[in-house]
Design a protein around this ligand. Structure first.
Ligand code: C5P
Length: 232
């Protein structure tokens, strides 16, 4: 599986997303459609970005009872996304149901990955707000193991955790890692962050980069810098 940079298209609507992507004339970045854009633009945004030639990671982070997640995944599978996700906290049973819903009659399906702990979560917040007492790296590895047991393709985690996840779950188990910043860049609400070069060193398969590219004075140059530092 080749390494790639996924650009988080966190925009308030289709026009803003398309204006942003219009700047990329030389390349077709792998894009992430999150809740903001999906809720604003509707499911057609997935088909339309696919039609423009982009690979699409649909980041809707499903978490509900297994039956609801299974049926919702069956709807998402027909939108044409290359990768979709859910919260590992929904349990192994929910993840297995999701996989069932996502699989087409011919056996093909988009990649399915699980969010372990959000990269905006610190160990202190996890303990205080969620009453999870175990160390954060242990929780991430346990959730990753659950995702693997359920048959998923990988996890969303911090780049700092990618090496440990590969050790526990195997080199082929994907690590998709947001929480990426250029050295000295604004961290914003993220907590567990590192640079594209360091993410490459630790072993992330995909980095997900939003504001360091979308809010850059020259987004195309920022994207190219990420690709250079991460993919080489
Ligand atoms: O702007 P920034 O680079 O922080 O964007 C990161 C993107 O990755 C956001 O769209 C956010 O929703 C998403 N994400 C995350 N942490 C996760 C899962 C997804 O930051 N665990």
């Amino acid at each position: 599986m080749g390494k790639d940079v996924i650009v988080a298209c966190d925009f308030a609507g289709r026009d803003a997303a398309e204006r942003f992507l219009d700047q990329f004339t030389g390349e077709k970045p792998y894009v992430k459609i999150g809740m903001e854009l999906f809720y604003a633009a509707g499911p057609d945004i997935v088909r339309s970005l696919k039609d423009r030639g982009h690979k699409v990671f649909l980041d809707l982070k499903l978490c509900d009872i297994p039956n609801t997640v299974k049926k919702s995944m069956a709807v998402l599978r027909d939108l044409g996304a290359d990768m979709v996700n859910l919260h590992a906290s929904g349990t192994i049973e929910m993840m297995e149901a999701a996989l069932e819903g996502l699989t087409r009659p011919d056996g093909t399906r988009p990649l399915l990955i699980a969010v372990t702990q959000l990269t905006s979560t610190s160990e202190e917040r996890m303990r205080r707000d969620l009453l999870i007492e175990r160390p954060l790296p242990e929780v991430v590895l346990h959730y990753a193991q659950n995702a693997k047991t359920a048959g998923l393709d990988g996890v969303v985690c911090s780049p700092l955790e990618a090496g440990g996840v590969h050790e526990r779950c195997g080199a082929d188990f994907l690590t998709v890692t947001p929480g990426v910043r250029f050295a000295g860049g604004d961290v914003g609400d993220q907590v567990r962050v590192t640079t594209p070069a360091k993410a490459r060193e630790i072993g992330s398969d995909y980095i997900v980069v939003g504001r360091p590219i979308t809010a850059a004075a020259d987004p195309v140059a920022a994207y190219r810098q990420c690709v250079k530092d991460f993919v080489g």
